[in-house]
Design a protein around this ligand. Structure first.
Ligand code: NAD
Ligand code: G3P
Length: 418
């Protein structure tokens, strides 16, 4: 609830992305800024990748007598007029304090909290366009489930966003099918936020904001030693765990705060590969036992990947105890888009890309590209054999193997450990 604040400024929040999850998270934070007007400004700017959209005839918004319905309209105009993202989150009423904006630089202007939430294949280009446009003391949260693989290696999006924009960026990930969260069905999520110590200090209310610099948190230290962060001016409420949690926690969306940014990010990214494997075996009609075997092996490979390549910060418990780990694998292997499309692809004998195009109305699978990206990283490290499930999914997508080959391909995981 709103209470008196000793701070003369409030945080302005922007959401970069407005797909199925982007719009849902905008709804969550729009509700929370209304409930905490002592900490946050009331308007949420939400960046929309602009497109024309024709309201379908079976939509409750279709009105044959209105120009809004008879020809395609800008999606931003529809969202702002109807307070609903009719394309990516149809049927969900959005709080009126969400403003859809087609200009990404204008969306983030003056915002101290930036929430990145779009399919991972697009974030690099979007961040390139934001260089120099964000206020220097802004802080970010990445809700993106994927990893960034390049010649330099495998990078978390929290890291690459942070480096590109010269800001600290944490991560949010969990067992969170967007449509269920949007309908306010209870779930949990994990937020990893480990900002520079200066963000948690109790502020000195009066005086100059004096943007000073601080070292990056340990996760990023080794990779960008030269990067210096601007301090959050004392006029703002501190961006500590409590205030970050306040922005996201709802009665139906329970937040657990942790510090393991790598574990949270990797859990969200790698489970998408596992969900494809689960869809493949389910598509074959192999039943729940086969799916559970895939889940068990998937968790093992997630932990191994994290401890092998992000050992300086990653905790195995993040995968086995948090919503972003085991819970997200279970959810994703039950009702996620990657699971559903992989299952249909096997049942219908069609390429998964064709199913994605037909079924998802513009939403994007993350597992297929992540399987290729993880494969290219493992190949560069000559470690393909160490991750047979991830490799099996890649080889099935590539046409080198069939879903029926999965038991043979993951057999190494079935041998005794004694
Ligand atoms: N949908 C879910 O249930 C869910 C839940 C948790 C996390 N996530 C993760 O959240 C992230 C965002 O997923 P989502 O579900 O919001 O997206 P989505 O799958 O609904 O993707 C569509 C979005 O991509 C945008 N887009 C299309 N082409 C683009 C381009 N060239 N440049 C920029 N944007 C473009 C569209 O405008 C739309 O906003 C993903 O990493 C996903 O794994 C999704
Ligand atoms: O629909 P998916 O497969 O992208 O999964 C959605 C969420 O990540 C589940 O937590």
């Amino acid at each position: 609830m709103a209470s008196l604040s000793i701070h003369s400024k409030k945080h302005k929040v922007a959401v970069v992305g407005s797909g199925n999850w982007g719009t849902t998270i905008a709804k969550v934070v729009a509700e929370n800024v209304q409930a905490h007007s002592d900490l946050f400004e009331q308007e949420i700017q939400m960046w929309v990748y602009e497109e024309d959209y024709q309201i379908p005839k079976d939509s409750k918004h279709y009105d044959a007598g209105s120009a809004l319905s008879t020809k395609p309209q800008k999606l931003t105009q529809l969202i702002n007029g109807l307070h609903e993202n009719v394309k990516y989150l149809p049927g969900i009423a959005l709080p009126k304090n969400i403003v859809a904006n087609p200009d990404v630089a204008d969306t983030v202007k003056g915002s101290t909290i930036l929430i990145f939430n779009l399919p991972h294949q697009f974030i690099g280009r979007v961040c390139d366009g934001l260089r120099g446009k964000v206020i220097p003391y802004a802080r970010g949260i990445s809700c993106i489930k994927g990893v960034s693989v390049s010649d330099q290696g495998c990078e978390l999006f929290s890291e690459s966003i942070g480096k590109k924009l010269n800001i600290y960026c944490g991560a949010l990930s969990g067992a969170n099918i967007a449509n269920e969260v949007a309908l306010e069905k209870w779930c949990e999520t994990t937020i990893a936020y480990d900002p520079p110590a200066m963000d948690s200090k109790q502020p000195t209310p009066a005086g100059s904001p004096s943007a000073s610099s601080a070292d990056l948190p340990s996760l990023q230290k080794s990779e960008s030693k030269s990067m210096k962060l601007a301090a959050l001016p004392a006029e703002y409420p501190p961006l500590n765990h409590a205030n970050v949690r306040t922005l996201f926690h709802r009665p139906y969306f329970h937040v657990r705060m942790v510090k393991d940014v790598a574990g949270v990010s990797l859990g969200g990214a790698l489970k998408n590969i596992v969900a494809l494997a689960a869809g493949f075996v389910d598509g074959l009609g192999w039943g729940d036992n086969a799916k559970s075997a895939v889940i068990r092996i998937g968790i093992l490979e997630e932990v191994k990947f994290g401890m092998q390549f992000f050992s300086h910060t990653c905790r195995s418990e993040t995968f086995t105890e948090e919503s972003c780990g085991v819970a997200d694998i279970i959810t994703s292997c039950s009702g996620g888009r990657n699971f559903r499309c992989a299952k249909m692809a096997v049942k219908e004998g069609k390429p998964i890309g064709e199913i994605e195009e037909r079924e998802l109305n513009g939403q994007k699978l993350q597992g297929t590209s992540t399987a290729y990206e993880v494969h290219s990283f493992l190949k560069a490290m000559a470690m393909e054999k160490e991750f047979p499930l991830f490799e099996a999914v890649y080889n099935i997508l590539e046409g080198n193997n069939k879903p029926e080959d999965i038991p043979k391909l993951v057999e190494a995981h079935s041998t005794d450990d004694v």
